[in-house]
Design a protein around this ligand. Structure first.
Ligand code: SF4
Length: 409
């Protein structure tokens, strides 16, 4: 039932990470590993959630996920997806050694089921803390080899190092784990780094997959649960290997920019920009980096398709990007490129906006009102079409009706 074989030492990289197509990868994977014996179906899969330098925001985001929800993963109610046994420091009922035992079994290869390691937060240089007699982030205790009979805390990073080689997948959740994030910002004293920095570029899970990255500060919870569900379907042998981009992000979730799905993109196109927070227009001049940031929060929302930065008035500060935060700070200042693109939009918008208002006024009237001269709305008196409106629309209607495409509709 478990992934029993030793992983081949030279799996090809997954997805398009090294320019290898899904099909090529699957063919090579099957040839090298005998994939049929390595994939499911499995009744259950363990997910070990390790926490490093984090604020727990990723955990909060994930427990709010709805598509799919954590509950549906834990109860095995998603068709084809095995039951997930989640080992999470904040959500677990067990404590002490009862909590730690599955971790130890996993490192000894005695779990009896495949497992996925999820890492939240960045990884600090524990030797700096040890030099001061402490630790940055740890889970559980064990005997200190340097002082027999005495216990020591086991850093989360040590668990990661022990468990990653036997994991079906290692998933870094949140920007701290994917790229280092805030704890790794310029000037930090902890030498914090991301999971892939820590495990190295040659790391591969037992399925031959490098570290999977689901960034965001905090990430969209659904992005994470959907990625895990996709990985589990692959592990079951009934789903394709999810496609990842060159940065190990789920390609279908991070291929578009924030800007392309933003509810304010129409304002940008018409050159209408917010001057202060709370304004309804595009936020680029108050510091939005959305046109260059890969993220789906504007289309997916924060929780249950509701909320999300720009949707509720917050400019994008690039939190999903590897360069965050140093390359996007100081926050809430217009990005330098805004001058060129914003000026172009304003110029175009100054022509387009008045033309659209003409058509809007015209389309906002019942045909009968203009034919009879009687406006039946009791809600006021919609302005009648001006002479210019009529002139424009005589020409406009002619053009519309002479359009060859329109004749076929
Ligand atoms: Fe683009 Fe940001 Fe403006 Fe939205 S608010 S349209 S993401 S620049």
């Amino acid at each position: 039932m478990a992934i029993a074989q030793e992983p081949p030492t030279s799996f090809p990289q997954a997805g398009n990470v090294a320019g290898v197509s899904q099909e090529e990868w699957a063919t090579q994977f099957a040839a090298q590993s005998g994939a049929a014996t390595r994939l499911g179906p499995f009744e259950s899969v363990h997910v070990f959630w390790l926490a490093g330098m984090s604020c727990d925001g990723c955990s909060i985001a994930v427990v709010g996920a709805t598509m799919p929800s954590v509950e549906s993963l834990l109860t095995g109610s998603l068709p084809g997806v095995p039951i997930v046994y989640l080992h999470h420091t904040a959500l677990q009922i067990e404590a002490g050694e009862a909590y730690m035992e599955p971790f130890r079994k996993a490192t000894r290869g005695e779990l009896g089921a495949p497992y996925v390691v999820v890492y939240e937060g960045s990884i600090a240089d524990e030797s700096k803390a040890m030099a001061l007699g402490g630790y940055w982030s740890a889970i559980g205790e064990e005997e200190d080899p340097a002082r027999p009979g005495e216990a020591r805390q086991v850093p989360s990073a040590v668990w990661l190092k022990r468990m990653a080689p036997g994991a079906a997948a290692v998933v870094a959740i949140g920007t701290c784990a994917t790229w280092g994030g805030i704890p790794a910002a310029y000037g930090n004293p902890t030498a914090s780094m991301s999971v892939q920095d820590y495990l190295g570029r040659d790391y591969r899970s037992t399925l031959g997959v490098p570290v999977v990255n689901v960034p965001g500060c905090s990430p969209v919870g659904d992005n994470f649960t959907e990625t895990v569900a996709a990985l589990l379907l692959f592990l079951q042998g009934i789903g394709p290997l999810p496609e990842f981009d060159d940065l190990g992000r789920p390609a279908w979730l991070f291929s578009e920019t924030v800007h392309r799905s933003c509810t304010r993109a129409g304002y940008y196109e018409e050159g209408s920009f917010a001057k202060e927070y709370g304004d309804r227009e595009c936020l680029v001049e108050v510091g939005c980096w959305g046109p260059v940031v890969n993220c789906n929060i504007t289309s997916r929302g924060a929780i249950n398709h509701i909320g999300g930065c720009m949707n509720v008035g917050g400019p994008c500060i690039g939190c999903t990007m590897p360069g965050f935060p140093d390359r996007f700070s100081p926050f809430y200042k217009a990005p330098p490129g805004t001058f060129v693109s914003g000026t172009a939009s304003k110029l175009v918008g100054s022509f387009v906006r008045p033309l659209r208002r003409i058509t809007q006024r015209y389309g906002n009237r019942e045909v009968a009102w203009d034919r009879t001269g009687l406006v039946t709305s009791g809600w006021g008196a919609p302005k009648g079409p001006t002479f210019l409106d009529r002139l424009v629309h005589v020409a406009y209607d002619r053009m519309r009706r002479s359009d060859t495409r329109a004749k076929h509709i």
